[in-house]
Write a protein that binds this ligand. Sequence first.
Ligand SMILES: *[C@@H]1O[C@H](CO)[C@@H](O)[C@H](O)[C@H]1NC(C)=O
Ligand SMILES: *[C@@H]1O[C@H](CO)[C@@H](O)[C@H](O)[C@H]1NC(C)=O
Ligand SMILES: *[C@@H]1O[C@H](CO)[C@@H](O)[C@H](O)[C@H]1NC(C)=O
Ligand SMILES: *[C@@H]1O[C@H](CO)[C@@H](O)[C@H](O)[C@H]1NC(C)=O
Ligand SMILES: *[C@@H]1O[C@H](CO)[C@@H](O)[C@H](O)[C@H]1NC(C)=O
Length: 471
Amino acid sequence: MVPFAQLCRLWTRGHYKMKLLPHALFLCLALALAWADHHEPHKKDGRDHGRDHGRDHDRGRDNDHGHGHERVRDRCKGIEMDAVAVNEEGIPYFFKEDYLFKGFHGKAELANESFAELDDHHHLGHVDAAFRMHYEDDPNHHDRMFFFLDHKVFAYYQHKLEVGYPKNISEVFPGIPDHLDAAVECPKSECGEDSVIFFKKNEIFHFYVKNKTVDERDFRSMPNCTSAFRFMEHYYCFHGHKFSKFDPKTGEVHGKYPKEARKYFMRCSKFDDDDHEERERCSRVHLDAITSDDAGNIYAFRGHHYIRKDEGNDTLKADTIENAFKELHSEVDAVFSYDGHLYMIKDDQLFVYRVGEPHTHLDGYPKPVQEELGIKGPIEAAFVCEDHHIAHIIKDRHMYDVDLKATPRTAGNKRPISIMKKVDGAMCGPGGVKVFRGNHYYHFESPKLFVAARALPEQHRISLELFGCDH
Ligand SMILES: *[C@@H]1O[C@H](CO)[C@@H](O)[C@H](O)[C@H]1NC(C)=O
Ligand SMILES: *[C@@H]1O[C@H](CO)[C@@H](O)[C@H](O)[C@H]1NC(C)=O
Ligand SMILES: *[C@@H]1O[C@H](CO)[C@@H](O)[C@H](O)[C@H]1NC(C)=O
Ligand SMILES: *[C@@H]1O[C@H](CO)[C@@H](O)[C@H](O)[C@H]1NC(C)=O
Ligand SMILES: *[C@@H]1O[C@H](CO)[C@@H](O)[C@H](O)[C@H]1NC(C)=O
C-alpha cells in the first residue's frame, strides 16, 4: 500500500504547481477519511449508532442515511468538516467526528489523543466549532484554542485544558447561541476590531472581544457554514462537500465559489519533477525583498528564486528570477510596486518591469538608483502604500520618503527606525505595513506607526502564515 502521507504530499505538490492549494487540501482530507475508513471499519460502525441523531437533520446533510461505513466512504467524494482551526503554531487542525487531521497530509488521529477532556464531558464524539484566539490585547485568552460542543466551550493552551473549563458558552461569549455550526477568529487588521465570527444556520454573529458585545449581521450571499477557517489571512466557509472564500466583514464571496474537491481531483493528475514550490514555501531562509502589485498578488524574492502568491485564488508559484526577470538575474535588494510596475533595486541599479505575463523590462533601464530615486544604493527595503505615490525607503536604520511624482525625485523626511537594526523587506497593503526579517514578519498599521514603534509587535512566521506551509 502506498503510504498515505506520501501520496498526499505528491498530490498537494501537484496542486501547488497548478495553484490549487485549497483544493489539494480538500482532496487530501477526503483521502485521509478514506484511509481512516479502511483501517477502522469496525470501530466506526460501532460508534456511529446514535451519534448523529438530530445533527444531520439540523445541518441539512444530504447523503448521510447509510451505515457509518458507507457514509464515510461517501464523504470521500464529498466531505464535510465539523470544525477547523489552527493551533498555537499556526498548523491547521481539521475535526471530523472524533478524528483529528493535523496539517494538510498525514494520518487521522483520534481527537481525544490531543484533547483528552473533549471526551470526558461529551459523548457524541464531535466538535461543533473551533477557533484560535490570537489577540495579544487579551492576555487571558491569547493563543487559546476554543472548542464548542453543544452548550459548552473548552479553552486549551498548548493542548492543556484551562482551569475552570469547560464553561457554558453564555458565560464566556454572552449573546452567542449554543449548538453552533462554526466559528472563526478575525483580528483587528482584518475586521476593524478583534472579533470572533460565529455561525449558526444562516445566522452570523460578530463577537467583539474587547467589550464582549455581539453584532448580528446578515451575510446574504454566504452559504450556511458547517465549519469556518482563517488561513493565510483568508477566510473559508465549509458547507457540505464544498467551500467558499469570503470577506469576513461583509460576507461577500468573490470569485468562482463554491468549489468542490472532486473536480480538482480530476484535474490533478499531472506533476513535474522540480519542486521549487514546496521548498520555497517552507524555506526558513530570509527573503531578500517582497512586494504586492496593485491587484494584491505578492512577489517575494529569495536568492535565485521568486515566489508569487495570487490574491484572487490564493495559489502559489515559485520560479527562478532568471526566468521571469532575466535582466536582474538574482539576489535583489529591494522591490516596490507602483502604478502597474515593479521597481527592483539591486546594488546601485534600478530595474523597472511592467507587471504582466511575461513581465517586460522597460527600455533604458537599469538606471542608477541615485539618479532615479535621489538616494544612493544599495538600500534594504522599499514599499509604497495603496493609492499613494510615496516610496518609503529603508536604509541603514532610517526611513526616507521619495515622492514618485516629483522631478527630480529626492529622498527626504529622513527619520530613524528604532526597533530593528536590519530589515529584509517590507510591503504595504490595505491592512498596513508588513516588515520582514529572518523567518518572521511584523505588522504595523501604517509607516508612521512602524517608525514610531518602540517594541516589536507579535511575530508571524513567513512560511506558515504567508505562504501556507503546513509545518
Ligand atoms: C489565479 O489568478 C491569477 C491572476 O490573479 C491567474 O493568472 C491564474 O491563472 C489563476 N490561477 C488559477 C489556478 O485559477
Ligand atoms: C479515545 O477514544 C477512544 C474511542 O473513541 C478510546 O478507545 C480511547 O481510550 C480514548 N483515549 C483517551 C486518551 O481518552
Ligand atoms: C450552564 O448551563 C446549564 C444548562 O443551560 C445550566 O443548568 C447551568 O446552571 C449553567 N451553569 C452556569 C455556571 O451558568
Ligand atoms: C440555511 O439555514 C436556514 C435556516 O435553517 C435555512 O432556512 C436555509 O434553507 C439554509 N440554507 C441553505 C442553503 O441550506
Ligand atoms: C463594542 O465595540 C464595537 C466595536 O468597536 C462597537 O461597534 C460597539 O458599539 C461597542 N458596544 C458597546 C456596547 O460599547
